[in-house]
Ligand binder design. Sequence first.
Ligand code: C2E
Ligand code: MG
Ligand code: MG
Ligand code: MG
Length: 293
Amino acid sequence: ASKEAGRGGYRFYTPDLNQHAMERLNIENGLRRALDNDTELFLEFQPQVELAGGRMIAAEALLRWRTPEGTVIPPGRFIPIAEETGLIVPIGEKVLRSACAALARWRAAGLPMPRVAVNIAAPQFESRKFGETVAAALAEFNVPADRIELELTESVIVRDADAALRAMARLKELGVSIALDDFGTGYSSLAYLSRMPIDLVKIDRAFVMRTTEDESARTIVRSIVALSHALRHKVVAEGVETRAQLTQLRRSGCDYVQGYLLARPMSEAALTAWLSSPITPAEALLGDKDGGL
Ligand code: C2E
Ligand code: MG
Ligand code: MG
Ligand code: MG
């Protein structure tokens, strides 16, 4: 905004901007405090299921922040600030360890351990210690590497594509899966898509939302699925909210779905109940022999 502020730069001093700066500072200080205790930051989990049959293949870990006043701040408001201040690195490590701890508890309870997908911000991925951090979290909780999936966005290959490709290859050697998140919203070229050692492409919710109204969105989704399959990547659609969207995604050949229609993000206890139930709501919705609906 500074460039638009004009010669005088007077806009820096309007009450609005002051309030904005104040809120950022509050969030930054609050996050530092939250990192020091074990009560404020916690994870919810949202199932990803097979479009044919509804079997759960993974759960995405989504970070939540409940301040001492009891307000839950959504990640969209604090992750960007955590990225700018570098706090995302220790926060991300905490998320990885919490995800592994949850996996260890499901294993100890004798439940089928799902894969847990963990969102990784660019500054985490770019830190030279990142591979070690992942390996250490797996070892600490005795979790097999194939239970963890790292969700990266195209932004990680913008700065130094070759370094990013090498870092991805090292992570693959550890045995974790890699997903490309929010696909279609970034800037990566098709050339890089073919060179990235990824397992899964996640189609951004913006395209999923428009598939029922907009022929061009349907074309985009079909093309992403075809391209991904040609490169031997599986495809998951995020943000699926309606049966009509599900029908379009099935026609497009999408492999997996995630969204409020199947399940909302839920607490660890709720996911434990989900894992223990003989037929999950997603299986009830997608499970009949004709392939559902
Ligand atoms: P994302 O990784 O693309 O996660 C999917 C977001 O879509 C989540 O929002 C999820 O709650 C929401 N969602 C899922 N299904 C539906 C649906 O059917 N309809 C709608 N409207 N939304 C749906 P959430 O939890 O608010 O997270 C927002 C973003 O914050 C995430 O987008 C991710 O980029 C970031 N984030 C969340 N947790 C972490 C984390 O632990 N580390 C990092 N670095 N980023 C995180
Ligand atoms: Mg994600
Ligand atoms: Mg996403
Ligand atoms: Mg998204």
